[in-house]
Design a protein around this ligand. Structure first.
Ligand code: SF4
Ligand code: SF4
Length: 167
């Protein structure tokens, strides 16, 4: 996830989707002061101490960007200037966040903007109405393909339609 240079092969555009429901996973069990907190993972049982990055304290203090996101991770914030999401504990974030990558295939439009993603094996998520319309046409043609054929067909069809597909 995000908050600084992306450390893994996943290119993050800081939309914040992945952290917007993470209160269901992470809860703060203790405030140790000096912007240091103990975080409990409800699924794995892991306990982790995190600290707000020194350069993100002002952002952390302003919770207004989370008003419409009651299930958001307590450390998620959106920059009011550009809407980008930040992990305010990026330097000490839990391992589950370090390992996370939200896409298997990334689909970019002709201007390099994210147009969609393939998550897991075949979960197709679009960010643009144009790609949604195209996908409705393409989807029925992929029935019966195995996983490798499905990937090849998706990449070929979307590339022919002007998109760039990255693995
Ligand atoms: S959902 Fe993906 S692109 Fe969006 S913030 Fe999370 S890792 Fe980044
Ligand atoms: S700790 Fe950071 S990366 Fe992990 S869920 Fe919270 S905001 Fe997202």
């Amino acid at each position: 996830m995000f908050g600084g240079p992306v450390a893994i092969a996943c290119e993050c555009c800081q939309c914040g989707d992945c952290c917007s429901h993470m209160l269901l996973v992470h809860s703060v069990t203790e405030d140790l002061g000096t912007y240091t907190f103990v975080v409990y993972n409800h699924y794995s049982g892991d306990v982790k101490e995190v600290r707000v990055d020194p350069d993100k304290i002002a952002l952390f203090e302003d919770r207004s960007s989370l008003e419409a996101l009651p299930e958001a991770c307590p450390f998620l914030r959106f920059d009011p200037a550009n809407g980008k999401a930040w992990c305010t504990v990026h330097q000490t974030r839990p391992d589950i966040c370090r390992d996370f990558c939200c896409w298997r295939l990334l689909i970019q439009d002709s201007r390099g903007r994210r147009a969609g993603r393939v998550l897991y094996q075949r979960t197709f998520v679009t960010d643009s109405p144009a790609l949604t319309r195209l996908w409705e046409q393409v989807k029925p043609t992929l029935n019966g393909l195995d996983d490798a054929e499905w990937d090849d067909a998706v990449i070929r069809i979307l590339t022919a339609s002007g998109y760039r597909v990255r693995r």
